[in-house]
Design a protein around this ligand. Structure first.
Ligand SMILES: NC(=O)c1ccc[n+]([C@@H]2O[C@H](COP(=O)([O-])OP(=O)(O)OC[C@H]3O[C@@H](n4cnc5c(N)ncnc54)[C@H](OP(=O)(O)O)[C@@H]3O)[C@@H](O)[C@H]2O)c1
Length: 381
C-alpha cells in the first residue's frame, strides 16, 4: 500500500546544512512513461554540497547552480540525491506492470533529448528534478535499470551510481583511451577515482593512482598499478618514471585541478619521442581548486589535448549497467547514514579522514534495518 505522504530531506535554499529540512511531503504520482520507486539507498555526491552552497558560480560570481540549457534548473524546495537504488512499486501510463517489484539503479541524467551519443546540457535528478533523499521518487522508466544481482545489496548498487561511473567512463572515452595506455587517476580514492581505476582495467588500460599513503593497499587491491602519494609533489616526474620504467603517462584523468594540473602535464611530455599518441588531459572535477595556472605555450607546443567532461551519454550508462549486471564492476562502499541524519552525513563527508574510500549512501529511516544497518556510520563523528 503506497502512502499519501513520505519523509524527505528538502533543500529550502542555497546555504549551509540548515537549509536541509526533514519534512513530510506528498508521495509523487508516476506520470506517463514513469515508474514510482521506493528508495532503499541513495549515494552521496560532491555535487549535493556544491549545488546546496551554490558553488557552480557564473563569471560574475553569482551564487547559482547548473544553467547549461540557458536558465537555472535548481529551484526550491528541491529533494537532492542523484544515485538512487530501490524497487518499483507502481507504474505510470505506458509502462508494463511486470516492472513492479523490480530492483534497479537510476541513470541520473535529465536528458534534453533522445540522443544516445551526446549529452550537451547535463542536468540530473536531485537538481533539475527531485531525487532520492526521500522514501519515494518518480523516475523515467527507461532510465531505471534492472539490477537483479543477488550478490549485491541495495546500498552497494547505489554506490555504483552513474554520477561517478558515467563521469569516469566519459572521461576515458573523451580522451579515446585504449588498451595498454598508462593513465594517471587523480582523486583516486573518491567516487569517480575508484570508478576510473576499475574502468581502466576493463578497457585494458593501466591506471596509476594519485592518492594518500593510507589508501594505497585498498587502491592496489582495486586495480591500481601503483599509488603515488599526493602529500609530496616534489620530484613527481621522477617518482612517475620510477613506476613506469621511465615512460611518460599517456593521459591524465584529473578530478583535482588547482596547483597540481601543471605538474600533470609534465608527466606526459617529458619524453615526446617515447609517445605514440598526443598527451591528453580529461578534466571533470576541481577538488583541489577551481583555478589552475598552465603555460599556454606548453599546451600548444606539446599538443596537449584537453577535454572538459560533465556526466556522459545514454549509451555509456547502458554499457555501465551491463557491466554491473555482469559483475565486472565492484562496489566501493564506505558506509551508510540514515536520511534523518543527513546533516551529520554532510559534515562527515566534508571532514572525512584517512581510510575513506568510495561512497557513502543515505538510507530512508523506514528502510534502515535492512538496507543501512549493515554499513552503519551512525556512531561516526
Ligand atoms: N563533471 C562531472 O560530471 C562530475 C561528476 C562527479 C563528480 N565531479 C567532481 O569530480 C570531483 C571528484 O568527485 P568524487 O565524487 O570522486 O569526489 P570524492 O568522492 O569526494 O573524492 C574526491 C577525492 O579527491 C581527492 N582530494 C580531495 N581534496 C583534495 C585536494 N585538496 N587536493 C588533492 N586531492 C584532493 C581525495 O582523494 P585522494 O585522497 O585519494 O587523493 C578525495 O577522496 C569533485 O570535484 C566532483 O565535484 C564532477
Amino acid at each position: 500500500m503506497i502512502p499519501n505522504t513520505m519523509k524527505a530531506m528538502v533543500l529550502t535554499g542555497h546555504g549551509d546544512v540548515d537549509k536541509l529540512e526533514y519534512q513530510d511531503v506528498s508521495v509523487p504520482a508516476p506520470g506517463p512513461g514513469e515508474v514510482l520507486v521506493q528508495v532503499t539507498a541513495t549515494a552521496k555526491n560532491n555535487t549535493d554540497r556544491k549545488a546546496r552552497e551554490g558553488l557552480y558560480p557564473t563569471k560574475k560570481g553569482e551564487m547559482t547552480s547548473f544553467q547549461m540549457g540557458g536558465k537555472p534548473t535548481l529551484v526550491f524546495p528541491r529533494i537532492q540525491g542523484a544515485d538512487i537504488a530501490g524497487r518499483v512499486v507502481a507504474v505510470g501510463d505506458g509502462v508494463d506492470e511486470s516492472r513492479i517489484g523490480e530492483r534497479g539503479l537510476l541513470d541520473f541524467n535529465i536528458y534534453a533529448n533522445d540522443r544516445r551519443d551526446i549529452n550537451l546540457t547535463p542536468d540530473y535528478f536531485g537538481h533539475g528534478a527531485d531525487g532520492g533523499y526521500a522514501e519515494y521518487v518518480a523516475l523515467p522508466s527507461d532510465q531505471f535499470h534492472h539490477i537483479p544481482n543477488a550478490e549485491l545489496a541495495d546500498a552497494e548498487v547505489a554506490s555504483m551510481g552513474m554520477c561517478s561511473y558515467q563521469t569516469a567512463m566519459h572521461m576515458l572515452t573523451s580522451a579515446n583511451i585504449s588498451a595498454g595506455e598508462r593513465v594517471l587517476v587523480t582523486g583516486a580514492s573518491g567516487g569517480v577515482g575508484t570508478a576510473l581505476i576499475q574502468l581502466c582495467r576493463i578497457m585494458g588500460a593501466i591506471p596509476y593512482a594519485l592518492s594518500k599513503q593510507d589508501k594505497a593497499s585498498a587502491l592496489l587491491e582495486l586495480g591500481a598499478e601503483a599509488v603515488l602519494d599526493r602529500s609530496d609533489m616534489d620530484s613527481f616526474v621522477d617518482r612517475v618514471k620510477a613506476e613506469t620504467g621511465g615512460k611518460p603517462i599517456d593521459a591524465v584523468m584529473d578530478l583535482v585541478g588547482g596547483e597540481m594540473t601543471d605538474v600533470f602535464i609534465d608527466i606526459m611530455i617529458f619524453d615526446m619521442n617515447a609517445r605514440s599518441t598526443y598527451p591528453r588531459l580529461s578534466i571533470a572535477g576541481a577538488s583541489g581548486g577551481n583555478i589552475s595556472e598552465i603555460l599556454w605555450t606548453r599546451i600548444y607546443l606539446y599538443q596537449v589535448q584537453i577535454f572538459g567532461v560533465s556526466h556522459g551519454t545514454r549509451e555509456e550508462a547502458e554499457q555501465l549497467m551491463a557491466w554491473i549486471r555482469g559483475g565486472q564492476l565492484k562496489p566501493v562502499l564506505h558506509g551508510a547514514f540514515k536520511l534523518s541524519d543527513l546533516h551529520r552525513a554532510e559534515t562527515y563527508f566534508v571532514n572525512r579522514g584517512s581510510n575513506y574510500l568510495g561512497k557513502i549512501v543515505i538510507v530512508p529511516d523506514s528502510q534502515w534495518e535492512e538496507h543501512g544497518q549493515p554499513w552503519s556510520l551512525e556512531s561516526a563523528r
